[in-house]
Ligand binder design. Structure first.
Ligand SMILES: Nc1ncnc2c1ncn2[C@@H]1O[C@H](COP(=O)(O)OP(=O)(O)OP(=O)(O)O)[C@@H](O)[C@H]1O
Ligand SMILES: [Mg+2]
Length: 231
């Protein structure tokens, strides 16, 4: 289980996160939602160690992650797919995946087979350069890479952004499949409401640097949406 307690963080002098509390239980897919600029990406960055915290703790299965560098947090079990998916455009799909295995010191190629089974399109395009893939294919590559680090928690920042609807459905189905295998929990930042409703088990909504609503996904009704998500 991943838990954030009372996380505060700033850029320069300005406070961006003001006491964020959030948990990702085992075997669950949690959606973190909120309007633009409320601090969703910053929250993910404090989890993976790209932004420091002023206060509060980040714990994974009881291990405190505060103070650990991003690579140590990755080894501790966090897999991160950033907003805008940063794959290597000049490397092939195969090389993009291989780098993830090498960086993680893994020689386990059966894992690569397994990940390619989840994303058949990548198997087909192993020799293509990352940069020529469509947005949806790049997103799948970014997710595949994160899975190769063997995470306990997969953390994704707006995986549906700028992606065509049929590929969004495919990505949603794949995330649910990964979760249902029972080894990986998922934390998803997402602004696309229908996607959250179809894949999520629970939700958190942020506004101005704090969590303002949370609950099982069935509680994400029109009233909550109107209060916190519509512009
Ligand atoms: N590197 C940075 N330096 C200074 N301010 C930043 C930086 N990154 C983000 N901010 C500010 O912090 C606030 C929260 O940004 P953040 O990216 O976490 O929001 P978000 O909820 O992910 O938004 P979006 O939905 O647009 O992705 C915003 O006001 C943003 O302008
Ligand atoms: Mg963001």
């Amino acid at each position: 289980m991943l838990s954030l307690s009372n996380i505060s963080a700033s850029y320069g002098g300005s406070r961006i996160l003001r006491g964020v509390n959030l948990t990702v239980p085992k075997n669950s897919l949690v959606c973190l939602m909120g309007r633009n600029g409320v601090g969703k990406t910053t929250t993910l960055k404090t989890i993976v160690g790209l932004v420091g915290t002023d206060e509060g703790t980040v714990e994974l299965d009881g291990q405190k992650l505060n103070g650990l560098k991003p690579d140590a947090r990755s080894r501790a079990g966090l897999g991160y797919v950033p907003q805008g998916r940063d794959i290597f455009p000049h490397l092939t799909v195969w090389e993009n995946l291989k780098i993830s295995l090498v960086v993680h010191g893994s020689k386990d190629e059966t894992q690569l087979e397994r990940v390619l089974e989840l994303f058949p399109i990548l198997k087909e395009f192993l020799q293509r350069k990352g940069g020529v893939l469509s947005g949806g294919q790049q997103q799948q590559l970014a997710i595949a890479r994160a899975l190769l680090t063997n995470p306990k928690i997969l953390i994704l920042d707006e995986p549906t952004e700028g992606i065509q609807p049929n590929i969004i459905d495919l990505i949603g189905e794949t995330l649910v499949k990964i979760k249902n295998e029972g080894k990986i929990s998922i934390l998803l930042v997402e602004q696309y409401l229908d996607f959250c409703l179809s894949v999520g088990d629970s939700f958190f909504i942020m506004d101005r640097g704090a969590v303002v609503a949370e609950g099982p996904i069935s509680h994400l009704n029109d009233e909550v949406v109107r209060a916190h998500l519509t512009v």
